[in-house]
Structures are given as structure tokens and as C-alpha cells.
Design a protein around this ligand. Sequence first.
Ligand SMILES: Cc1ncc(COP(=O)(O)O)c(C=O)c1O
Length: 355
Amino acid sequence: MSDLHGYIDLRSDTVTRPTKEMLDAMYQAVVGDDVYGDDPTVRKLQAKVAELMGKEAALFVPTGTFGNQLCVLTHTNRGDEVLLPESNHILQHEVGAASIIAGVQLRTLDSQDGTIHIPELLRKIRENDIHYPRTGLICMENAHSSGRIVSLENMRLTYDVARKHKIPVHLDGARIFNAAIALGVEAKEIAQYADSIMCCISKGLCAPIGSLVLGSEEFIQRALKNRKMMGGGMRQVGYLAAAALVNLEKMIARLGEDHENARYLAHCLEQIPGIRVCQDQLDINMVFFYLDLPRFNVSSVQEFVEKLKTQKILINGPENNQFRLVTHYWINRQDIEKTYKVFASLCGGFVTNFP
Ligand SMILES: Cc1ncc(COP(=O)(O)O)c(C=O)c1O
């Protein structure tokens, strides 16, 4: 299927553009001014997502980063400490925003896959001591950006501990619908273990822009004011909500295809000498792997990425030496087979049939 310019874009599921049906819905959307609260299409979307997540209320926000940071700000006071796995997006990929916007200190839990080790969590929750910051929030992430899902049991245990200590829990659910498919449950079964959730509609669900924040009515009222302060009051945002309403109907149920395609891509890649696929990171639509560069006749990762680009395949460079490819609505089986052929050809192999 590739993109408008014929590229197979495996950099992320954020590259997904809207379908014609979504564009038609945007064209026909009835909108108002969302800062006045009178955009009927945004209100409809917010009510629908709140229902899907089993929460009282929802709020449209521009991005996942905005939504996470809005929740951190709304839950905490300046100087609070936030506990979260060190590998979580809020800490790794949000430009240190929590220290700037909410003025909080992030304290890490030792976890590469998003699973929280309960004894460590208990150890790190602060006692009431004049020297200590207050533990103001615990953050989880599911699906985790390492391509894994966190078990419902781990979420339940974490939430139980948090409630006992009267600490709120925020869930970065950028890919909560992928997690729900992988766990074989509805999104609300995951969402029940958090007080606030951020979910993205601009990733695997193909909306051009947007995320939502969910929580109690009282939390969302406070978040509404903070959203305005952060510059996130977006006026006729119903045009974006209209696309999102289509993708909730059409896109959630098909996310499993992206997961299958990711597994197929992983299976193809592991046939290639010089590639080691990380089999324990294959729960959703992501494939992680290591590459033995010299076997691909290149001297740097940049050269490897450039060579793929000349063959119309887009990938990102590695992070901590690990490459990541992401499948999505605009990647089909032929694209995966072409990717396999090109990777194989770069290390001198010639593919005639597919595994
Ligand atoms: C787990 C996770 N959380 C949050 C975000 C942030 O979303 P955005 O790029 O819309 O700011 C991402 C983006 O990829 C993500 O993977």
C-alpha cells in the first residue's frame, strides 16, 4: 500500500494518514468553538471515548505528550515526586517536560518492559519525613514502547498499592487499543487500573492529529483549565474529532492485522544472517532487532538507513543499538515481502520465495 510517494514507511505508526472516509467526515463535520464547549463533534467524541474506557469524562488534546504532561500537572503539586519505570515515554521521550511544566521530580523504577516490581514500588513510596518530597503520582504505560504489554495482574497490584497509599495513577495508553487486542480484553479492563489515562488516536488508529485524556468528571474539569493554560484550547477541533469518530468505528478491530504483520515481518527478518530479532518484544505492531552492520556492507547505521531509503523503505536509526520497525494500516503483506527482499539483498542474499 505504501505512502503517497511510494515509500514503505516503517518509522512509526504516527506516520499514518487518514483514510478517504475520515477525510469525508472531516469535510462534513459540524463544529463549534471548543473553548466555549460548544463543538458538538468534540463532545460526541469525548463521550464515546469515555464510554469505551469506562471513565466519567474525556478531554481532547493535541498530542500524546501534551496529554501525559497535562495529567502529570493536574495530579501533582510542584516539588512532588513521580514514580515510573525508567523506560517509560514520559521520562525518555518527552524532553524533560515534567520538570518544566509540573515542576515535579521523576524517580525511576528499574524496569525495561513497563512492568512494575511491587517490592521496589513499596520501597520507593515516600514516608512522611521533613526531608522527603511527597510521592504525588505513579505512572504506568500499556502497551509499553518496548513493544511489550504489561499484564493486567501487574496493573492491578500496582493500583492496589497506589490506592492504599492514596497516590493517584496515570496510564500512558498511547497504544491502549493495541494492548487490549494483545491481551484479548476491552480497553476499559486496562483503564480500570488508572485514575487518568492518555490515549492516542493519531497512531495505529490513523487519525491525523489528536489524543484524549480521561478520568473522573472532577479531574477533567481541572484538566480543562490546565489545558487552556498550556495553550491547548483548539476552537473548531471538531474537524479532527470527526476523523477520530470514524477511526473508533473502523480501526480498533483491525489492529490485530498490524500485530500479525509485525510477527510476519519478524519471521522474515530472522531468516537474514546478521539480524537478531528480539522475540520477547513482539506483543504489538513493533519489531525490534539488532543488526551486524559489516554483513550489510555498510560502515555506519546512517549509510544503512540511506541505502534503504534509495529502495523506498523508510526506517529510523537505532536507539541504544536497537532498531525498531512499526507496522500499521498503510503497510500490507507485499510491503513486508519487499522489505524482506531489500534487507536480504543488502547483505548479499537473493530472495525467491517467502518464509
Ligand atoms: C508510549 C507513548 N506515549 C506517548 C507518546 C507521545 O505521543 P505524541 O507523539 O503524540 O506526543 C508516544 C509517541 O510515540 C508513545 O509511544
